[in-house]
Design a protein around this ligand. Structure first.
Ligand SMILES: [Zn+2]
Length: 231
């Protein structure tokens, strides 16, 4: 799963407004961010097999550290603990929210991946395999994102007339990225795939920061000017 993970970021932001959206964008992809690094270092492995599933050609045959159940839990706890250090009060709530966002990645991956998520070491691999059916996995991805964005929009009303344009423009851009990635682009090499994934995860977290700011910032409206005319 790719952009669907961001549905969790949006929904989580609605329940815990103290946590910035960009941090939640990093949290939900944290397993894949570390995975990208480990693939580039040659520690975790994938091979490109055209037609491997209907949704993408990635045979993710060795990723015990980032996508194994114990590794995923450890990465979630670590991310939550470090994030909580930056808050002065109610740190356990921050820990729970961040660790939960990180671990949601594994749960959503479980739905779509084929049996490549190890429960222990590099064995007992699980995955419900929805990637085998593009016409289930692709709409599911978009529906998860949009559902999260709707929850965000309801909980955090836009602070200015253009706030919702920023939000839904961003959601549309994310859907476009997913569409191009699924239908129009094939990964060239394992390292190339890891590098591009990492680049997108960082870029999208940066954009999330801008969009969250543009969505919520308050701006003087025309009626304010009428109430307090300048000059
Ligand atoms: Zn993943």
């Amino acid at each position: 799963m790719f952009i669907g993970h961001y549905g969790v970021s949006f929904a989580t932001k609605a329940t815990q407004k103290r946590v910035p959206l960009w941090l939640l964008f990093l949290a939900v992809q944290w397993l894949d961010i570390v995975w990208s690094g480990l693939v580039m270092l040659g520690i975790e492995k994938l091979r490109i097999v055209p037609g491997f599933t209907a949704s993408n050609p990635m045979d993710l045959y060795y990723m015990p550290y980032t996508h194994g159940l114990p590794g995923a839990l450890a990465l979630a706890a670590g991310f939550g603990a470090i994030g909580a250090l930056f808050y002065r009060d109610r740190r356990s709530a921050i820990f729970a929210v961040l660790a939960g966002a990180v671990f949601s990645h594994w749960l959503l991956d479980l739905l779509v991946h084929v049996e490549d998520l190890p429960l222990w070491g590099d064995s007992f691999k699980v995955g419900f395999g929805l990637w085998r059916n593009l016409w289930i996995s692709f709409p599911l991805e978009i529906a998860t994102l949009v559902a999260g964005a709707v929850i965000y929009a309801r909980a955090i009303p836009s602070g200015n007339p253009n706030g919702n344009v920023w939000l839904w423009g961003f959601v549309a851009a994310l859907i476009a990225v997913q569409t191009v990635g699924t239908f129009a682009m094939a990964p060239t090499s394992p390292e190339g795939e890891a590098r591009m994934a990492l680049l997108f995860y960082l870029l999208l977290a940066g954009l999330a920061a801008i969009v969250d700011w543009a969505h919520t910032r308050t701006r003087a409206t025309r009626s304010d000017f009428r109430l307090h005319p300048a000059g």
